[in-house]
Every structure is written in C-alpha cells, then in structure tokens.
Design a protein around this ligand. Structure first.
Ligand SMILES: NC(=O)c1ccc[n+]([C@@H]2O[C@H](COP(=O)([O-])OP(=O)(O)OC[C@H]3O[C@@H](n4cnc5c(N)ncnc54)[C@H](OP(=O)(O)O)[C@@H]3O)[C@@H](O)[C@H]2O)c1
Length: 261
C-alpha cells in the first residue's frame, strides 16, 4: 500500500513568530517567508519589526505585525487572540522572544526572576497551550512549535543566572508539551550558541572566541533559522533539542579541551 506523505514546505502555513525583531528573530522571519509561510511577526516595542515586514511584503510575502510586552500578565493570551482574529488560523508557533538580564544567583531579585520567567518561559507556554486548545485533542498532525533555548543550558552561565534557569524551564516545557500535545502538535527546540556577526563592530571578539569551539566556528543566525525551518517541517520529529552552537555543548564531555569557553 502506498504511504501518503504530507506536502513539503511551509507554503500557505501561518506562523506566529515572537521576538521577530531580534538578531535571530529576523533571520527566522526571512527564512519562514522564504518557505512561503505567512508570518505574524511579534515584537515588544511597537515599530521594531515594521522595516522587516515591509521588506518581506516587498518580496511578495504576507506578513503582519503585532506587539506585546510579555512581562504583563495576559499579554501572551492577548497576542494569540489578536493573531487568530487577524489570520483566522495559526499552524505553527516559534517562541524566540527573550530577555537576557545580567544577574548572579547571589544577586537575582524576585522582580528580575519574575520578568525573566514571564518572557522566556511563561509566554511560550501560554502560546503553546493556546495553539493546542485551538487544535483540539483529536486534530490531525501538521501543527508544530519550536522554542528557542540556549546552548548554555549545558554548562551554565553564572553571570545570567535567571536567564539560564528560564531556559531550563523552557527545555522541560518543550519535552512535556511534546508528550502531551502529540499527535496533534510536534514540539521541538533549537539551542543556539555564540552568534557569528556580519559586522566588524565587535572588533573580531566573536571570531576570537569561536576559535575555542570544537568546530572552530560559531553559527550564523541563518543557520539557526534553517534549524527552526527543519524542525517545523519534519513530520516525524518531536521532543528534540537541536544545538546550533559550533559544538559548544560538547565541552562538558571534554572540559580540558575547551576550558576557555
Ligand atoms: N543571539 C544570541 O547570541 C543567542 C544565543 C543563544 C540563545 N539565543 C536565544 O535565541 C532567541 C532569539 O535571540 P535574538 O538574538 O533574536 O534575541 P534579541 O536580539 O535579544 O531579541 C529579543 C526579542 O525579544 C523581544 N522582547 C524583548 N523583551 C520582551 C518583552 N518584555 N516581551 C516580549 N518580547 C520581548 C524583542 O522585541 P523588541 O525588539 O521590540 O524589544 C526582540 O524581538 C532568544 O530566545 C535567545 O535567548 C540567542
């Protein structure tokens, strides 16, 4: 008996992308539009994503912008409702928005912790749950979520304690949602590392640090976007974390080789 494969690509799919104005967020938005998806591009501060949307529309792609500050209770639910009202249906969700405050375990305050958890973990969870409610338990497959983590969930980063904890929580949520939302929704994550930049503004510091990575190179935001697209399209993959980090997460297995990371 012939096996029926689902159609390839993201043509005609509607994607809600949070944090679309970010460095990686913009690369994801361009990659999604390049795959033929309709992109609902979220940002925090109204206007930060307008130029990107004009660029996508100029290429004949359909995109919409919505803003919302996830530190406010109810902002993520309101965003989802606004996106459904605008587009009628959401097929795919990419949770890329995040805050990256500097704080140590000794110094982190309740307010820091609350804001970081609200943006980096609670909002992705609320949006994912809203997608599952929209889909219903008996819905067919085809829907997918990708959460953006950070390679530092392996090994840590003492200077960004609240952030790392929020990404650990999001990793746990990815696994729990993958189990609970199957078969209607696949849930995966991408864990980026140090990003290569196109500009010389950082004085080559990023390139210098990349020399200590196992692969001797850091990833470009486009490579993170490619990983997101792969996971959105891969109909048999769920509950996975894909590290796009020049191999940085491997340092735990050979710390003496990668001590400088
Ligand atoms: N870039 C890296 O080197 C790197 C490395 C590892 C992991 N990551 C992860 O990859 C993802 C994408 O990174 P990125 O480089 O695109 O991040 P980014 O450049 O810092 O952008 C952050 C995004 O989140 C939005 N945002 C900030 N505060 C918010 C709030 N209170 N409520 C709602 N949205 C808010 C911002 O919107 P506005 O612009 O409107 O403020 C922006 O779109 C993040 O989850 C990040 O943790 C990034």
């Amino acid at each position: 008996m012939a096996v029926a494969f689902p159609p390839k690509g993201l043509h005609g799919k509607t994607v809600l992308l949070t944090g679309a104005s970010g460095t990686i967020g913009q690369a994801i938005a361009r990659a999604l539009a390049g795959e033929g998806a309709n992109v609902i591009a979220h940002c925090n501060r109204a206007g930060t994503v307008d130029a990107l949307c004009r660029e996508l529309e100029g290429q004949g792609d359909r995109s919409f912008t919505l803003s919302g500050d996830f530190r406010s209770p109810g902002a993520a639910s309101a965003l989802f409702a606004g996106a459904v009202e605008r587009c009628g249906c959401i097929d795919l969700l990419v949770n890329s928005a995040s805050v990256f405050p500097e704080n140590s375990l000794q110094g982190v305050t309740f307010a820091d912790f609350q804001d970081t958890m609200a943006v980096n973990a609670w909002a992705p969870f609320v949006l994912g749950r809203a997608l599952s409610r929209l889909s219903g338990p008996g819905a067919g497959g085809g829907k997918a979520i990708v959460n953006l983590l950070d390679t530092r969930i392996v090994g840590g980063d003492a200077a960004h304690a609240g952030y790392i904890l929020s990404k650990h929580l999001l990793a746990a949520m990815t696994s729990m949602m993958a189990r609970e939302f199957a078969p209607a929704i696949r849930v995966n994550a991408v864990a980026p590392g140090l990003m290569a930049t196109d500009s010389a503004e950082d004085g080559g510091a990023a390139a210098e640090m990349a020399k200590n990575l196992p692969l001797r190179r850091s990833a470009h935001p486009r490579e993170v976007a490619d990983a997101v697209v792969y996971l959105l399209k891969s109909t048999s993959v769920t509950g996975q974390v894909l590290y796009v980090d020049g191999g940085r997460h491997l340092r735990e297995s050979a710390p003496e080789r990668f001590a400088a990371l």
